[in-house]
Unconditional design. Structure first.
Length: 319
């Protein structure tokens, strides 16, 4: 399979390295508007450098789109129109209208479009998803130090969207209410945010994301009748506590189970799955519709944050 990586920045470089290491994949091109950057990654991966992705379209079967979010729609659309399968990083696009158009285009042409919510491939999340049956309360913290990357989007679209996607994959219900707050601290965009999502089926989720934290934390906790489940995405482990209903008292009923996973290269797992999906014409675990659903909720959360900032008279603090 002949593939290209479009966008040779921090994450794009890793996409290229993973493809280059696959025996059944031919990385034919690394593309970036910064020619020197494209050439550096192409040299590292024994491929060819290009500055215009349109020049490589006739040569490839599939491509990773790892350009800034604002360019996802244009690049992915041109690839799909040319019959190229697409792996597009999250968030899928900047608007749900753009996302819907890409979804419709991929389905009409029978092409694979996968969205890069790579946390779904984390073994701790895989185990969590296997055990969740009836979530009633979900709590997620995704905290990171300021790295200066992905500042073209806010923390909701940069970090929280991972947990939004995971939450939506667990809770099959319409949303009843959204309460959100956030603050721009180091950038003009929201750098720390919290949202409380209440679903029609009674499930409630509380999500917090920060890219200005002094410590890193990526943890999701799920509570359901008779069971507490925790996934540490950084350490790649789980704590699952169940209640033995036959125990004589509540204290002795507690049955903790610790699951420690071997370290996993989740980007490699994700890209290998994409290649397999293309070969087998198999629906991706995170397809365009899942990516669009996560984007839609993220935008609704941002709207709620914007309204809260307006009420607090700090909406235009950076102007």
């Amino acid at each position: 399979m002949k593939v290209a990586v479009i966008g040779a920045g921090y994450l794009g470089r890793f996409h290229a390295l993973k493809y280059a290491a696959m025996e059944d994949v031919d990385l034919v091109a690394v593309v970036d508007v910064d020619r020197e950057r494209a050439e550096a990654v192409a040299l590292e991966t024994a491929s060819r450098a290009y500055s215009d992705y349109r020049d490589v379209i006739p040569q490839i079967d599939a491509a990773s789109v790892v350009v800034p979010t604002t360019a996802h729609y244009e690049v992915a659309k041109n690839l799909l129109e040319a019959g190229v399968h697409v792996m597009v990083e999250k968030p899928i696009t900047t608007t749900t209208e753009e996302a819907q158009e890409l979804v419709d285009l991929a389905e009409a042409k029978g092409l694979i479009m996968q969205v890069g919510h790579l946390e779904r491939y984390n073994p701790a999340i895989v185990t969590l998803m296997d055990r969740v049956t009836h979530p009633v309360f979900i709590e997620a913290h995704r905290l990171s130090g300021f790295k200066g990357r992905a500042t073209d989007v806010d923390v909701v679209l940069d970090l929280m969207i991972h947990d939004i996607d995971i939450m939506l994959s667990m809770v099959k219900s319409e949303i009843k209410e959204i309460r959100a707050s956030g603050v721009p601290v180091l950038t003009p965009r929201i750098d720390i945010a919290n949202v409380r999502v209440i679903f029609e089926n009674g499930c409630t989720a509380n999500l917090t994301a920060s890219r200005i934290s002094l410590t890193d934390l990526r943890r999701i906790r799920v509570f359901q009748p008779g069971c507490y489940l925790s996934a540490d995405c950084t350490e790649k482990n789980n704590l699952i506590v169940t209640a033995d209903r036959n125990a004589p008292d509540p204290v002795s009923s507690i049955r903790p189970e610790y699951i420690r996973h071997e370290d996993a290269d989740i980007l490699d797992l994700e890209l290998r799955d994409f290649v397999k999906n293309v070969r087998e014409k198999r629906r991706p675990m995170v397809d365009g519709r899942a990516g669009m659903a996560a984007l839609d909720l993220a935008l609704r959360i941002n709207k709620a944050i914007d309204e809260a900032l307006s009420q607090a008279n700090i909406k235009d603090v950076w102007k």
